[in-house]
Design a protein around this ligand. Structure first.
Ligand SMILES: [Zn+2]
Length: 304
């Protein structure tokens, strides 16, 4: 087979199952760099980052913002190598506050601002010459509505920040600690069961999210996918990306996704939780009856 024909065959194989009508834009993002959760024995944070970016690059993801908690580097200096891996891939780093502090959990607005500021030195270092003023709220906690919510947004705007919203996620964080326990116990059957359930849930979440977008916006809006840079997410990302491809995903940058009007709609709850649920709440749209996603299940009980 001539190389060009082979390439076409591969491209066709890669889009099998998704018609042009299914196609939707997705910006991929990763939270909790350089270290999300427990590091399983025999792994390094740099290795996990390598696996992550190799998978994303293999699927043509042009950009993946990695949102950093610099406190993890103070706790484990070796983890900083994961940020080098990210930057070597050409992917940008943004702020997730220094200590992963929820805005509503902070002692005061000023304390939260100080924590966000404390996260900036490592961004200046690794993003020299590039704009790193993008913030993902830890826990997607923008303190509801009112003075603290508005004060934080005002402050962020004055600092030149834009907010990385979220409109798609698979609860990957919920599996992190159980996965580390099951690896330590060498419980391959438990891990296989977790993966089977997780991948079903990925497919179900994609169906649900598209249906929710239709109900809220009358169309499939560009999506912003939230992932977490830990061992579980890296191990499952190849299969997750295959399923995204099969569902019609076309990968774009965060700014491309968020240039859509859906991300610019004013909201008193701006920044809280996921975008579509927020818009539905603001607009009084009932989300009942959408395709369901099976529960994560009792992961706490596994591999004890
Ligand atoms: Zn986080």
């Amino acid at each position: 087979m001539k190389p060009r024909i082979l390439l076409c065959a591969l491209l066709l194989a890669g889009t099998a199952g998704a018609s042009a009508a299914d196609r939707f834009d997705v910006a991929v993002t990763a939270d909790d760099l350089p270290a999300h959760g427990t590091l399983p024995a025999g792994m390094t944070w740099a290795g996990i980052a390598h696996s992550y970016v190799d998978t994303l690059k293999a699927h043509g993801v042009p950009e993946t913002w990695g949102f950093v908690n610099a406190k993890r580097i103070a706790e484990n200096p070796a983890s900083e190598a994961a940020l080098d891996v990210w930057r070597q891939a050409g992917y940008p780093l943004g702020n997730h506050t220094y200590s992963h502090l929820g805005l509503s959990q902070a002692p005061s607005l000023e304390a939260w601002e100080a924590d966000a500021r404390a996260g900036e030195a490592v961004l200046k270092k690794h993003m020299a010459g590039h704009d790193w003023h993008v913030l993902r709220y830890p826990f997607l906690d923008a303190a509801g509505t009112g003075a603290r919510h508005d004060g934080a947004l005002d402050w962020l705007k004055k600092q030149g920040y834009r907010i990385a919203d979220v409109s798609l996620g698979f609860d990957d964080w919920a599996y992190t600690e159980t996965y580390a326990r099951c690896l330590a116990k060498n419980d391959a059957a438990a891990i296989a069961g977790m993966k089977a359930s997780y991948f079903r849930r990925v497919d179900q979440q994609l169906v649900r999210t598209k249906a929710m977008s239709q109900r809220v916006y009358g169309r499939t809006i560009p999506l912003v996918l939230l992932t977490h840079m830990g061992a579980w997410s890296a191990a499952t990302l190849p299969e997750v990306m295959k399923r995204l491809d099969a569902a019609g995903a076309h990968y774009v940058t965060l700014d491309q996704a968020q240039s859509d009007a859906a991300y610019r709609a004013p909201s008193p709850h701006f920044g809280n939780g996921a975008l579509m649920e927020r818009q539905a709440q603001d607009a009084g749209i009932d989300l009942s009856g959408l395709p369901a996603v099976e529960p994560v299940g009792n992961l706490d009980a596994l591999c004890r």
